[in-house]
Every structure is written in structure tokens, then in C-alpha cells.
Write a protein that binds this ligand. Structure first.
Ligand code: HEC
Ligand SMILES: [Cu+2]
Length: 343
């Protein structure tokens, strides 16, 4: 009897040891067991991307189950935020610990990212939280418009014509009753560049009496109709936080992260998209007046795929992307030649 109990104890101990070895040996197994607990604390170390980035960049959690993340930084100040969720960012200071507890109610794939410009590769500090579970499946997002319209994001799109002077939307407003009705439709705005809409209007016989400049004033006015002050403010803030480091405060493509790169070569302005590793100069109206909102949004969502332009699809909501696009056009209208000489 005693011998039998001994054997049982041995067996139990053997199984325990085996389990521990399994857990240690297989991260997948460890993750699975961890997932089964009711709540868990995960420690995540933030490091510059060159030193490894997030110490943990794939997290799996069950929907409805609280997830506690305990952060610290091993080098500089980093930040933590989750794409598309409107949560306050968490500042991660070197040598200090900060905890946050999250509970996801909807299953899905959430992208987390660093919110501080910690270095030139800062934007590569991203990871994924996989939320699994059976809660009602979220309604799938519609595909981005550039796909529906079949726009080639990598094709050159310099405007064939641009205003000879800064366009004056105020003056355009006074001419609006000349416009055909399609000119004010949302679909027209989204799928046309300012230059292509200008060409369409130029071809309208009813608009023949108007000068080229008048037509540009009208197009500038149309663009203004799609830009609320609130949207511009949102776009401006997002731009300053996420884009200016490369694209520059004034959109000239001269941000602090770019200045150290070798100066642009002739190839940067033409040929294949792989070679365009510098941001464009948006104060040159040919750049943005040749791009439709759908194209710009597409580029922001998909990124440059090898050009150095990051993808933001999993980070920003569609409202945020629209706000960024609205804001970008400011550079073009304000940067038209002789803008300074126009009142
Ligand atoms: C790490 C540097 C970097 C950051 C950060 C960055 N960009 Fe870019 N971006 C580029 C480069 C380089 C290009 C040119 C190559 C290309 O078009 O893919 C570019 C191109 C673009 C284009 C295409 C313009 C055109 O006419 O085709 C858009 C639109 C754009 N960026 C928007 C943004 C927005 C909005 C943000 C911030 C949310 C942003 N970028 C952040 C580097 C960056
Ligand atoms: Cu960082």
C-alpha cells in the first residue's frame, strides 16, 4: 500500500516536471496555458527598433478577458497605443514600469505601435494583439476606395496643368452657379484629382466663358467644400505626430528623419516607385493637384511597399485617414507659384 502511494507520488511529480519542461520548451504551449488563466500580466520591454523593438510583438488574448501589460523602456522614451482605438497613449520611460489593463470585447487583430519618434526606424515598432473569441463577429470594413476604382498607386501622377497663381476659393464661390451638378458630388471629389476635375470642367461648353484662372478658383472652392475646419484640425495634429518627421512641417519632404539621407538624384523624380525613397515636395503643386483623394488615402493605407513610406491602414480609422488627406491638400493650394504675391 505504502509502495503504491509512493509510486503515485512519483508519477505525479514526473508529470509536473514534464509539464514544466513542455511549457518552457514550447512558447506556443506556454501561451496557450497563459491564455486559459482569467487574467494575466505580460511584461513588455520597449527598445529602439535597431535593438529589437518591442520584446513581445504578438500577443493572444480571449475577448472579454482582462489583459494587463507592464511596460518599461531599456533605452529612450517610447509610447504605446493601439491602432483605431481611441485610448490615451502610454508613456514608457527608461527604467520605470507602467501598467495598463485592457479588455477587448470584439475579436480581431489589433495593431499596437510606438507613438514617440525614438529613431529613424521608429515607425517599425509595431506589434499585433490577436483577440480570439466568439462574440458577435464585427462587420467587415468596406475595401478601400482605391481598390474599387482600380487606381494604380505606383503610377506617376504629376498634374498636367496647375494654376498660374494661387487659386482663390472665395472668388470661385461667386462662380458656383455655373457648375454642372456632378462637380459637387462626393464621388467626383473622391475619384478626381484637382487637375483632372479642372480638365473636365474646361471641356464643358457651358463653362467656356470662364477663364482658366476662374476654373481653378472654382476647383479650389470645391475642394474647400470637402474640408471642414474640424477635419483640418484633426489632420494637422495627426500629421505633426506621424508624418512631419519625414514629410517636413511644410510638406516639402525635408523632415528631420530625411535630412541625413543622401541628396535626391534625378531618379527620385521619375521612374519606378522602388527608387522613390524620398518624400515628394508637396509645395510643388504638380504633386498633390495630380492626386485624387482616393489615391492619397490608398497610399496612406497601403504604404509605399519598399519606398520608405510606412503603411497606416491598421493604425488609423477611415475618418482619420480622410482628415489627413484633407489636410495634405493645404500644402498644394497654399504652395501654388506666386502665392506670396496674391492677397
Ligand atoms: C519614414 C518616413 C515617412 C513617414 C513617417 C511618412 N511618410 Fe509618406 N512618404 C514617404 C516617402 C519616402 C514617400 C515617397 C515614396 C512613395 O510615394 O511611396 C512618401 C509618400 C507619401 C504619399 C504619396 C504621395 C504621392 O503623391 O504619391 C502620401 C500621400 C504620404 N506619403 C502620406 C503620408 C502621411 C499622411 C504620413 C503620416 C501619417 C506619412 N506619409 C508618413 C516617407 C514617409
Ligand atoms: Cu519607440
Amino acid at each position: 500500500m505504502a509502495a503504491y502511494r509512493m509510486k503515485q507520488e512519483h508519477l505525479a511529480r514526473f508529470i509536473m516536471v514534464l509539464l514544466i519542461i513542455l511549457v518552457l520548451a514550447s512558447p506556443a504551449m506556454g501561451k496557450m496555458l497563459w491564455r486559459l488563466q482569467n487574467s494575466a500580466t505580460l511584461e513588455i520591454h520597449a527598445r529602439l527598433p535597431e535593438s529589437g523593438g518591442w520584446s513581445l510583438n504578438t500577443i493572444t488574448v480571449r475577448s472579454g478577458q482582462p489583459l494587463t501589460l507592464r511596460f518599461t523602456s531599456e533605452d529612450v522614451v517610447h509610447g504605446f497605443a493601439i491602432g483605431k482605438l481611441n485610448l490615451p497613449e502610454i508613456e514608457i520611460l527608461p527604467g520605470e514600469f507602467i501598467e495598463t489593463t485592457l479588455t477587448f470585447s470584439n475579436p480581431g487583430k489589433y495593431t499596437f505601435y510606438c507613438t514617440r519618434w525614438c529613431g529613424p526606424n521608429h515607425w517599425r515598432m509595431r506589434g499585433v494583439i490577436n483577440v480570439i473569441g466568439m462574440s458577435p463577429t464585427p462587420t467587415p470594413e468596406p475595401p478601400p476606395l482605391y481598390l474599387a476604382l482600380g487606381i494604380d498607386l505606383d503610377a506617376p501622377h504629376r498634374a498636367e496643368s496647375i494654376p498660374r497663381r494661387a487659386a482663390d476659393p472665395q472668388h470661385g464661390s461667386g462662380l458656383q452657379n455655373h457648375l454642372p451638378s456632378y462637380a459637387l458630388e462626393q464621388d467626383t471629389y473622391l475619384s478626381n484629382s484637382p487637375a483632372s476635375l479642372w480638365m473636365r470642367l474646361r471641356a464643358e461648353s457651358s463653362l467656356r466663358p470662364l477663364s482658366d484662372d476662374d476654373l481653378w478658383d472654382l476647383v479650389a472652392w470645391i475642394w474647400e467644400q470637402h474640408a471642414s475646419a474640424q477635419e483640418i484640425a484633426i489632420g494637422q495634429k495627426l500629421y505633426a505626430q506621424n508624418c512631419a518627421a519625414c514629410h517636413g512641417e511644410s510638406g516639402k519632404g525635408d523632415g528631420v528623419m530625411i535630412r541625413d539621407l543622401p541628396p535626391p538624384t534625378a531618379e527620385d523624380h521619375v521612374t519606378s516607385h522602388e527608387e522613390r525613397t524620398r518624400p515628394p515636395d508637396w509645395s510643388d503643386p504638380h504633386q498633390l493637384l495630380g492626386a485624387s483623394p482616393a489615391l492619397l488615402a490608398g497610399k496612406i493605407i497601403r504604404g509605399g511597399m519598399g519606398t520608405g513610406m510606412p503603411y497606416w491602414g491598421p493604425i488609423f480609422t477611415s475618418e482619420q485617414i480622410d482628415a489627413l488627406v484633407t489636410y495634405l491638400y493645404r500644402f498644394a493650394w497654399n504652395g501654388a507659384p506666386n502665392a506670396s504675391t496674391h492677397p
